[in-house]
Design a protein around this ligand. Sequence first.
Ligand SMILES: [Zn+2]
Length: 420
Amino acid sequence: MLAAQTPPADPLRAVAERYVKLVLAVGQHDADYVDAYYGPPEWRKSAEAAKLSLEAIDREAASLEADVAASPATSPVPQDASLWALRRQYLARQTAALRSRVAMLRGQRLTFDEESRALYDAVSPARPEAAFAAVLEKLEAQLPGDGPLIERYDRFKQAFVIPAARVDRVFREAVRACRERTLAHVELPPTERFTIEYVTGKSWSGYNWYQGDYKSLIQVNTDLPIYIDRALDLACHEGYPGHHVYNVLLEKNLVRDRGWIEFTVYPLFSPQSLIAEGTANFGIDVAFPPADRLALERDVLFPLAGLDVKRVKEYYDVLALVDQLSYAGNEAARQYIDGQIDRAGAAAWLVKYAMYTAPRAEQRVKFIDQYRSYVINYNLGKDLVRAYIDKKGGREATMARRWKEFAELLSSPRLPSGLK
Ligand SMILES: [Zn+2]
């Protein structure tokens, strides 16, 4: 299927194949590593059969790095000149990240910041506790009453839980709205689609599993109550214009149109994840700027969920403040990974500074155990993507211009350090 569309002379083809096979080889040692793969199925079978040792993978990756560095700096297709440069940088940096993950699997210990730089090409800035305390003070004023702030916040949020029987209906409507917005600005292959499943027992709240051929499986975790804001957040983040659209555009523009096989594999612990999570989160704001979002919540989603439409603005005002605490989550993860606090300490930090209720803090610490410094990809990723789109399009960019820059970012292999 892919081979027939490969351009005749791609000087990076052999290198790209070796990269894919190395990612699949690491996947034999790390079950979370290969997030998506839709290249030749026999390559996966070979990786399973060979089960290369981590030492052998590292040796081959070192030689791959040298070959990427020695590869032609100019594209055989002149109109792809800038994309070609991004492709070479991407292959080099993704391979370097692969070697770091292999080193970790072999027992190397990195600090939180060393790890995020090695794997995600970025470091989350340190935020002082005072910055969070200032936001908490504003929340105190917003949520007056007796008892600890987190309990008042929890009680406040009870009025915004989607009743279980309505979750699917609300979520499907949110997806429909996100898809409609996205299709007005981004051309997608007519066969793209995804399926939704509801699951339990996971450390995440939603997940997009890209399956190739423009199809995704989106899983929504129903372990904990689902608040109304999660409907549009998840629909945009996992679907349109988030992960599903990102993967579809990479498959269309890079794999099918250009035959760049390296994009048929997505290693989770790599710089690509900062771009994926950052665009998925910023995509919510691209599709629904605040005023548009409030209107959709008031006119469509709140009524479908059976919630009080008069409280839409009040709810989102509180959430906007809580969002300013998101970097407190990075601090909790940093201190926990660096051994300065234990599990209970990390959970307590999340409750105190990031407004996580105890069960959510528990779920989040499980997420940190599994994904470690990956946590920075969501908020730092979003901030880096926002700054990049603002710079490219101008802060006062029209909606159309913003979408154009955003879609271009989704269609190209740009690295986090290249967002500057
Ligand atoms: Zn995501």
